[in-house]
Design a protein around this ligand. Structure first.
Ligand SMILES: *[C@@H]1O[C@H](CO)[C@@H](O)[C@H](O)[C@H]1NC(C)=O
Ligand SMILES: *[C@@H]1O[C@H](CO)[C@@H](O)[C@H](O)[C@H]1NC(C)=O
Ligand SMILES: *[C@@H]1O[C@H](CO)[C@@H](O)[C@H](O)[C@H]1NC(C)=O
Ligand SMILES: *[C@@H]1O[C@H](CO)[C@@H](O)[C@H](O)[C@H]1NC(C)=O
Ligand SMILES: *[C@@H]1O[C@H](CO)[C@@H](O)[C@H](O)[C@H]1NC(C)=O
Length: 215
């Protein structure tokens, strides 16, 4: 079991080390329970601090750049229940989100818990509306969009993004990931094998700070 999760962590590291202008690292933390990952397009300026166990903090400033950092559950899958607490203070385009990928099909998924008010009433502003799901005390709007020739865990690829966007924003609580996967399937959005369940911060040409712990 341990070997298998370690292997999948290493595979993710290797696959994500593309292209060279982008950086991502993944390390096992605490009692081998959490992963830590950082991605930036090389333009975003960020100060990421990988804390003990499931804790991390970040401050970032804009330079026309995009970044995603966070802590994840080793061996996390679509049945993961995320338990987290923290602070999230963005200025501009940013999410506090459960984040990960699936393979076969290749999907980049988000369960967005919080975002900057300029993106009311539903972040992200783009994409096709696919209904909603009520989970963990709020309605989440479901959106999807295609990304064409964009960076992914298997290099540059064309893939679907799926978003559940919480309407009652928060920065702590429980997230029942399975409810979202079930709703996405029901909306006709096929998903595959989960690679990574992180609690992440994404910033796009924005400023902010966050300090988050997952349990
Ligand atoms: C980033 O934000 C600045 C200031 O709002 C804006 O001038 C610039 O066009 C933005 N860059 C991108 C890539 O959106
Ligand atoms: C979430 O984690 C905290 C800290 O370990 C714990 O006190 C709390 O009981 C957990 N909540 C749930 C619902 O598991
Ligand atoms: C959620 O979907 C239901 C059923 O389609 C619809 O009646 C309701 O208005 C939707 N709620 C929101 C907040 O979009
Ligand atoms: C970042 O913001 C720019 C300008 O709004 C947008 O064109 C781009 O798609 C965004 N990138 C991501 C990864 O969200
Ligand atoms: C982040 O939160 C943790 C736990 O509350 C705290 O120990 C730490 O000092 C905070 N770090 C920063 C940079 O605010």
């Amino acid at each position: 079991m341990f070997i298998r999760t370690l292997l999948s962590a290493l595979q993710l590291t290797a696959a994500a080390a593309f292209p060279s202008t982008r950086t991502r690292s993944l390390s096992l933390e605490g009692a081998n329970k959490f992963t830590s990952s950082q991605w930036s397009d090389g333009k975003a300026k960020l100060n990421y601090k990988n804390g003990p166990a499931g804790q991390f903090s970040i401050t970032w400033t804009p330079d026309n750049g995009n970044l995603v950092v966070g802590k994840g559950y080793v061996g996390g899958n679509s049945n993961q229940v995320v338990n987290y607490t923290g602070t999230f203070e963005p200025e501009g385009y940013a999410y506090l989100t459960v984040y990960g990928w699936t393979t076969n099909p290749l999907i980049e998924y988000y369960i967005i818990e919080n975002w900057h008010p300029e993106h009311e009433p539903a972040a992200p502003p783009e994409g096709t509306e696919m209904g909603n799901v009520t989970s963990d005390g709020s309605v989440y709007l479901i959106r999807t969009k295609m990304r064409v020739n964009k960076p992914s865990i298997v290099g540059t690829a064309t893939f679907r993004q799926i978003f559940s966007v919480r309407q009652d924003k928060r920065a702590s609580g429980i997230i029942t990931v399975a409810n979202h996967f079930a709703a996405w399937e029901q909306a006709g959005l096929e998903t595959g094998k989960v690679v990574g369940v992180e609690l992440a911060v994404e910033g796009n040409n924005s400023t902010g700070r966050a300090n988050v712990t997952i349990f």
